[in-house]
Design a protein around this ligand. Structure first.
Ligand code: BG6
Ligand code: MG
Length: 218
């Protein structure tokens, strides 16, 4: 039995930690202020997408436009509410199986990288005390192009010195799964097949990881 992947790249929000709900709550609050109808289903389109790109989608849902300065102000407003919530994050909010899988990969000698769109990633990793598992951390402060652009995953692979074809990605967002496929990687979708049709495997959570996905020659 050997490792099937030389590196594993994790999305953060909604894969390792249950922060997707806080993003939703903060966008919902902004939507209400702006009088824009915003549902849980609409929120799926924002998952994995950068802060500014998410704001654009939100504004388009309400048929609204804004000048650059105003957009900056709105994005900062949303982020302030979001940061207020994540500053109270506890290790209880690590998603099922996340830390166990990180530990297992480390034991197996597989490189571990973060591939997140979030500019708050460093703060979250620190709060959860899991930063030391990662050999490379690529987040929203490092990339210019939002998922579904493959940039974040390509940079993650490069940072750990592994070819994309030898990388496995864990993602919960349609835009993130598309980004990983465009990077030429295999992807485990965390969620439902209906929502993530491009994923190579679907799991409800990392807790359900199977040896068939991680190892060769079983
Ligand atoms: C992604 C989330 O991980 O990060 C998105 O799925 C979020 O919902 C994006 O918009 C950017 O996050 P942040 O923390 O930089 O606003
Ligand atoms: Mg995510």
């Amino acid at each position: 039995m050997g490792n099937r992947w030389k590196a594993v790249v994790f999305d953060l929000d909604g894969v390792i930690v249950d922060t997707a709900k806080y993003h939703y709550l903060a966008w919902k609050r902004l939507a209400e202020e702006l009088d824009i109808p915003f549902t849980v289903a609409d929120n799926e389109r924002l998952k994995g997408v950068s802060r500014m790109a998410s704001l654009e989608i939100l504004l388009s849902l309400g048929g609204k436009r804004a000048q650059a300065e105003e957009k900056k102000r709105l994005a900062e407003r949303k982020n302030a509410w979001y940061v207020e919530m994540i500053d109270k994050l506890t290790r209880e909010e690590l998603l099922p199986g996340a830390e166990r899988l990180l530990r297992q990969l480390r034991r197996d000698g597989v490189k571990i990288a973060l591939g997140s769109a979030s500019k708050n990633a460093a703060r979250i990793l620190e709060r959860l005390e899991i930063g030391e598992y990662f050999d490379a951390r690529i987040d929203g402060t490092r990339v210019g192009k939002a998922k579904p652009d493959p940039e974040v995953f390509l940079l993650a692979a490069k940072s750990v010195g592994v070819d994309p074809v030898d990388c496995l990605v864990f993602e919960d967002a349609p835009a993130g799964v598309e980004a990983a496929k465009r990077a030429g990687m295999h992807v485990v979708g965390i969620g439902s097949e209906e929502n993530l049709p491009l994923a190579d495997w679907i799991l409800e959570s990392l807790d359900e990881i199977q040896d068939e996905i991680l190892y060769d020659g079983l």
